[in-house]
Design a protein. Structure first.
Length: 328
């Protein structure tokens, strides 16, 4: 009769592989701190010995869950679904970096913070600060490490990764100056820190070379952009020659409202959006927009979180933006 296998411990595997116990642990959870050659060697030995890693027991022993909760601040809406490039591109970068480091990702919304997976997560990554920073305020009350995607307004004690929104706004202002646009409409809710930065950078760079009328749409959607511009045209007629929208969807809605009143874009009104989504390229006419490096931002958010969890020094960081000029 074949001999029954004896249950092997992680220490047994370490002796067989000629490595330390912590190296075995890292190899079995796919940590990038271990070379691919060593990971494969340990996996093969573990398989041959019939070893199975008890993840729950390991996590309980170490007092960690090896999971990070990603909290999306935006409320899903029909006009702005969660399948938008924001937050999906950020999530792609976050997931790639965390899973490579052996962490699982728990995706949730701000409305579902009290679920067990979120409460048990080792840290929180917040995508979006919310109006007046309310989302940041809510999460800072929790005891978990926190990293935020947004603008520096989150506070000196909060690690923030975000785009250079001031420079993004300034690049749009320079484009309008070059085009000779003097009466500009800004579309965006400036109660949101990122939007406020875009607007401030835009106004500062425009200087005295034009006037700016600010409208606050109720959402970051196509419909909201359409409604704002349509209502302004009804009240005042064509009183502007440029539109800077805080998102591509708002810009697209603005263009539709202009088209329905036979206002030509860009001949009569120039329109520039923000985010440089795939829809901006296929829109008719193709939309000029400020590009954000969202996937890179996601990777950076995850790296900051891993640094926090390992007790390494962490600082906020800002990513560049780039104005992509197309036909509007």
């Amino acid at each position: 009769m074949p001999r029954m296998a004896v249950n092997k411990t992680m220490e047994d595997l370490a002796k067989l592989a000629g490595v330390s116990k912590i190296t075995v642990s890292r190899a079995l959870r796919g940590s990038p701190l271990v070379t691919e050659e060593t990971r494969e060697k340990v996996r093969q030995i573990a398989e041959a010995q019939g070893y199975r890693l008890n993840v729950s027991a390991r996590n309980l022993r170490m007092g960690r869950s090896y999971s990070v909760a990603v909290v999306v601040e935006m409320t899903p809406e029909k006009g702005r679904p969660m399948s938008d490039p924001y937050p999906l591109e950020l999530l792609g970068g976050i997931t790639q970096e965390l899973t490579t480091a052996g962490y699982s990702v728990v995706l949730t919304s701000r409305q579902l913070l009290d679920t067990a997976p979120v409460q048990g997560a080792d840290g929180l990554i917040l995508l979006g600060q919310g109006s007046h920073g309310e989302a940041v305020t809510a999460l800072k009350k929790r005891s978990q490490p926190l990293v935020v995607w947004g603008a520096p307004e989150a506070g000196a004690d909060t690690v923030v990764v975000g785009s250079d929104n001031r420079k993004g706004g300034a690049s749009v202002a320079q484009r309008f100056i070059d085009l000779g646009r003097k009466k500009v409409l800004f579309l965006g809710d400036v109660d949101h820190a990122e939007v406020q930065e875009r607007c401030a950078g835009f106004i500062d760079a425009l200087g005295g070379q034009g006037s700016v009328h600010i409208m606050r749409p109720k959402a970051f959607t196509f419909e909201a952009g359409f409604d704002c511009v349509d209502s302004l045209l009804k009240k005042k007629g064509l009183s502007f020659d440029g539109v800077f929208a805080a998102s591509d969807l708002l810009a697209m809605g603005a263009i539709r409202a202009l088209a329905e009143r036979d206002v030509r874009v860009p001949e009569q009104v120039s329109v520039i959006g923000y985010d440089d989504t795939p829809g901006a390229v296929s829109f008719v006419p193709p939309l000029s927009s400020v590009h954000q490096y969202l996937r890179d931002g996601g990777v950076l958010l995850a790296k900051k979180m891993l640094d926090l969890l390992e007790g390494r020094p962490v600082a906020s960081e800002t990513l560049p933006t780039a104005l992509i000029v197309r036909h509007t």
